[in-house]
Ligand binder design. Structure first.
Ligand SMILES: [Zn+2]
Length: 403
């Protein structure tokens, strides 16, 4: 399959076969209708394409389906079919545009929801129990009057539960508030950092500061051992939110002085997507190649304008003051429901089991040497009213084997 840059609209002009100027554009096929030509010699298909700017364009292509026949033309053009995303070179014909070349852009309208995968076997991450229990840091934040942030955090959990409740068993269960630091302890924590955008030092390990452009960071620890039957199971996920280099806000209100607002709900709903096992819908320049759940290549963020990708809650950038990520989009929901469908409900809302090691009587634990891996994912904010953030903060670290 040929691949092309995911450019937007007209990229270049080339001469059509009859000397007419052909233009290239990217579009999604929304409807096709094949018919015989009046002399009965050929089938042609009129395809209605939706361009990135929302306008439609009808393009005629040789071949297609009509009256129970299919005519295939092996001319290296991808047959236009509803749902495909394509780049088309076409020139203006008598009544429609006429296709000169068609290249498949990617997997079409198949939802590009992308799951985080293990580093060793590329197994999608998952929660093995029917819930993930979330503790909210009791200190909350100084950014919001009273305990307003706690209600917003609860609402974010409820938003995900409502969005996926009709098709997924996975539930974000509120565990109340505690004075608890993040870390691999089988307890999932949301912490808001008010003083330093850093993970505090612990015995024998320095303070770890985050990318100042990241409005939030989620740390997911999972079993990363192809030999272990629990390979890919998430055992701990923590979220840290940035009220230091961003002005964390609820309903536009915040006490911080940073120039760029980071809406608490907007950032947290995105980070909860990571906690649930979702990856970003497109790649930053430093991200390795990866595929979505259908096997289609995940595009670079700079090379896609597909709204299914750019409007998803798991799109890796947010604007200052943005709120649209406060509710999961269909693509995000599909990512959870496809991996944790109602029919597979384990029916037990419990913390993950310890790995092996002879404790606690689990029969499913793997070898005591089973490795845990840790991945850190963030959401990058842009300037106030400005462009998208310039960099992704998604970073990968691998932990040492569990002691
Ligand atoms: Zn993210």
């Amino acid at each position: 399959m040929r691949r092309a840059l995911g450019g937007l609209l007209i990229l270049a002009a080339t001469a059509g076969p009859a000397g007419a100027q052909a233009v290239w554009f990217s579009a999604e096929v929304v409807h096709t209708e094949g018919r015989w030509t009046t002399d009965g010699s050929r089938i042609v298909t009129n395809a209605t394409l939706r361009l990135a700017d929302g306008t439609s364009r009808v393009v005629s292509q040789l071949g297609g389906h009509a009256d129970g026949y299919t005519m295939v033309v092996w001319d290296d053009q991808v047959p236009l079919e509803p749902g495909l995303r394509v780049r088309v070179a076409a020139h203006a014909g008598t009544t429609t545009w006429v296709a000169d070349d068609v290249i498949l852009l990617d997997g079409g309208t198949r939802a590009p929801s992308v799951r985080t995968v293990t580093r060793k076997s590329a197994t999608p991450l998952y929660w093995a129990k029917s819930c993930s229990r979330i503790i909210r840091g009791v200190e909350g934040t100084s950014a919001v009057a009273g305990d307003g942030e706690q209600a917003t955090m609860l609402a974010a959990l409820a938003t995900w539960n409502t969005a996926v409740g009709g098709c997924s068993f996975l539930d974000l269960a509120d565990g109340g508030t505690e004075d608890r630091e993040v870390g691999k302890d089988f307890v999932n924590v949301i912490k808001i950092r008010d003083a330093r955008w850093c993970r505090p030092p612990v015995d024998g390990d320095d303070e770890r500061c985050f990318n100042a452009q990241a409005a939030g960071v989620t740390t997911v620890t999972f079993v990363d051992d192809p030999e272990d039957e629990r390979d890919g199971e998430i055992v701990d996920a923590d979220i840290e939110l940035n009220n230091v280099t961003f002005r964390l806000t609820v309903n536009g209100q915040g006490t911080g002085t940073a120039a760029c607002d980071a809406d608490l709900s907007n950032t947290l709903v995105h980070e909860l997507g990571h906690l649930l096992g979702l990856e970003h819908t497109c790649r930053g320049p430093g991200d390795p190649a990866r595929v979505d759940h259908t096997g289609a290549a995940v595009p670079l963020c700079t090379e896609t304008s597909d709204p299914v990708i750019t409007e998803a809650t798991m799109y890796p950038f947010q604007m200052c003051g943005e709120t649209k990520k406060s509710s999961p989009e269909p693509d995000d929901v599909q990512g959870i429901c496809g991996s944790h469908p109602l029919a597979d409900d384990p029916g037990a809302c419990e913390p993950p089991d310890e790995l092996g090691g002879g404790c606690c009587g689990t029969s499913r634990g793997g070898a005591s040497a089973a490795a845990l891996a840790l991945v850190v994912l963030g959401l990058v904010g842009g300037r106030r009213g400005g462009r998208r953030g310039a960099r992704l903060s998604a970073r990968l670290r691998r932990s040492a084997p569990r002691p």
